[in-house]
Design a protein around this ligand. Structure first.
Ligand SMILES: *[C@@H]1O[C@H](CO)[C@@H](O)[C@H](O)[C@H]1NC(C)=O
Ligand SMILES: *[C@@H]1O[C@H](CO)[C@@H](O)[C@H](O)[C@H]1NC(C)=O
Ligand SMILES: *[C@@H]1O[C@H](CO)[C@@H](O)[C@H](O)[C@H]1NC(C)=O
Ligand SMILES: *[C@@H]1O[C@H](CO)[C@@H](O)[C@H](O)[C@H]1NC(C)=O
Ligand SMILES: *[C@@H]1O[C@H](CO)[C@@H](O)[C@H](O)[C@H]1NC(C)=O
Length: 508
């Protein structure tokens, strides 16, 4: 999931995040997490990364707009990427690896899920990456403008419809390949990981198991404390340096008081090198909060370019720069030096644009305003962000203003569960891996304990947002190699168990 928009609009997970608004105006949606949607829609074309050299065929499948009524609605083209190079085929019941597309362009997720591509040859698996409806090129009503027009046209953008899409597509695909008996393994990261876990629970006859990486299925209602997400972000900074944490924590008041002076907004614009004059300090707060939260998500142990080109353990570098200014360096200059790591690691930025998504009315915001209500607060004591208390009523008001709908905050737990998940799933349900890295702020809302023999949690202390799904690199630390090896063993176990039960012949 992606980022959070503290004050401006709401946001995520690739998960996303939230936004705390510093000004005490009624804040809005800001606080819905955003995941990575924003990037997913903008980064694919830039394809700056030659390491993504995966081959697939792009296809479209005519999909029902509404799986849950029989009204005569038009269908829409759902895009999916497919690779059968290594597939053992129907005679050998070759497995199908199926990635549950999240809130963004599926090509971007395919490029950033190297684990699946690397695994397929040894399993003799077919690879399928279906796109989530309303994202990328899988939009109903002929265009994104029409699809996103109003609450009526958006009403089919739900997780339930997306899971039904996946199930219908898979069933049809299997029929076309005479692959009815081939076992399906689900994969997903962030919101896609939530979908993978939920799909295994809702459609156990369709898939033998699910690897749900960094999937915050417990980030609803009061299942985990609302301050969890921002506390984890803050701790990621504190563990590097408590002075760094303190500088950041003090910077919000500095910004607020600067902003109130007569030419304060101009001065802030200069200090932070924005291309345009700041109109409100809140915009600067959002921009900073967004950087810190994404940094926590992508605090990977080696250099990466998931969101932005970054060094390994980028938070260490941010804090090195914040702490490293010579005596007399102001707090705001320190902060500027620090966020430069996130926004300008290549050194190519001439000036900074504040926001490329000023209305925030993208698909994830709709989802956050309907089913995906993830309360987020920032605690005065433990967070380095401005204090913020999630206020459901103002959230609801903002949703109504933006979309003309009222959220249903209890629907997800009613539909998929979440409360007392251990008791509920101990006897019911099987073959799900919840993998997490504890540096990832979304880990706090994920399953961090083993539930049963086959619903297991694989946790790494030093991992970040769905790190395990990324392609392997020569810099992978041992704990990551081990985590992936355990996942492979478990997946192998599911498939073998399936073969034994089906008495199919299979040579691996
Ligand atoms: C949304 O737009 C469609 C198509 O223009 C229209 O038929 C429908 O009444 C609108 N719904 C709302 C809630 O405005
Ligand atoms: C299966 O084949 C039919 C007929 O060619 C085609 O219309 C449909 O899109 C195919 N299904 C998938 C999932 O590609
Ligand atoms: C501030 O407002 C002006 C006028 O509406 C606009 O052109 C400018 O882009 C805004 N600045 C920022 C940083 O958004
Ligand atoms: C980006 O980094 C380069 C190299 O350090 C620096 O010259 C430039 O001013 C930075 N850009 C911004 C907008 O701060
Ligand atoms: C869950 O069980 C697996 C073995 O199946 C083990 O590797 C893992 O460490 C356990 N997870 C936790 C959080 O205890």
């Amino acid at each position: 999931m992606a980022r959070h928009g503290f004050s401006r609009t709401l946001v995520v997970l690739t998960l996303t995040v939230i936004a705390l608004s510093y000004s005490r105006q009624p804040l809005a949606l800001q606080h819905s997490p955003r995941l990575f949607a924003k990037f997913a829609s903008s980064t694919t074309s830039s394809s700056s990364s030659p390491q993504f050299d995966y081959h697939y065929e792009t296809r479209f499948f005519q999909q029902q707009l509404d799986h849950f009524s029989f009204s005569d609605l038009p269908t829409f083209p759902q895009r999916y990427l497919i690779n059968t190079d290594h597939w053992l085929g129907p005679q050998h019941s070759g497995p199908i690896f199926f990635y549950c597309g999240n809130e963004g362009d599926i090509v971007w997720f395919a490029q950033n899920t190297g684990f699946l591509w690397e695994l397929a040859p040894s399993f003799g698996a077919m690879i399928v990456f279906p796109e989530h409806r309303y994202y990328g090129e899988s939009v109903p009503y002929g265009s994104k403008d029409e699809a996103y027009k109003n609450a009526t046209t958006l009403s089919f953008l739900t997780a339930e419809q997306a899971l039904a899409d996946f199930s219908v597509l898979l069933t049809d695909l299997k029929r076309n390949y005479s692959a009815i008996d081939c076992p399906v393994v689900l994969f997903g990261g962030s919101y896609g990981g939530m979908l993978a876990a939920w799909m295994r629970l809702k459609y156990p006859h369709i898939a033998v198991g699910a690897l749900a990486s960094s999937a915050p299925i417990l980030q609803f209602e009061n299942i985990v404390p609302p301050k969890t997400f921002y506390d984890i972000v803050s701790n990621d900074f504190k563990r590097e340096s408590s002075t760094c944490f303190n500088y950041i924590k003090q910077s919000w008041d500095e910004i607020a008081s600067k902003g109130q002076t007569s030419n304060g907004l101009e001065l802030l614009t200069k200090t932070f090198k924005f291309c345009q004059i700041l109109n409100r300090t809140d915009d600067l707060l959002d921009w900073l909060e967004s950087a810190y939260s994404y940094l926590a998500m992508v605090n990977y142990p080696y250099p990466s370019e998931f969101m932005m080109p970054l060094p390994g353990y980028p938070i260490k570098e941010v804090c090195r720069r914040i702490d490293g200014g010579p005596d007399g360096t102001s707090i705001l200059e320190r902060i500027y030096e620090g966020v430069n790591v996130y926004y300008n690691y290549t050194g190519e930025a001439k000036c900074f644009e504040l926001d490329d998504d000023p209305h925030g009315l993208d698909g994830w915001n709709w989802q956050a305003c309907t089913e995906m209500v993830m309360p987020m607060s920032s605690s005065q004591e433990s967070s380095m962000f401005p204090p913020y208390e999630f206020n459901y009523l103002s959230f609801e008001e903002e949703c109504f203003k933006n979309f003309g709908v009222k959220p249903r905050p209890k629907w997800i737990t009613t539909e998929f569960g979440g409360h007392n998940i251990h008791a509920a799933l101990k006897k019911f349900g099987s073959n799900i891996i919840f993998s997490n890295g504890l540096l990832d702020p979304w880990s706090g809302g994920s399953v961090l304990q083993n539930i049963s023999e086959s619903i297991v949690s694989l946790v790494t202390q030093e991992g970040a947002h769905h790190l395990d799904l990324r392609a392997s690199t020569e810099n992978d630390p041992d704990w990551l190699i081990e985590q992936r090896a355990t996942e492979i063993k478990l997946i192998e176990g599911w498939i073998n168990e399936y073969y034994q039960k089906n008495e199919a012949v299979f040579d691996m």
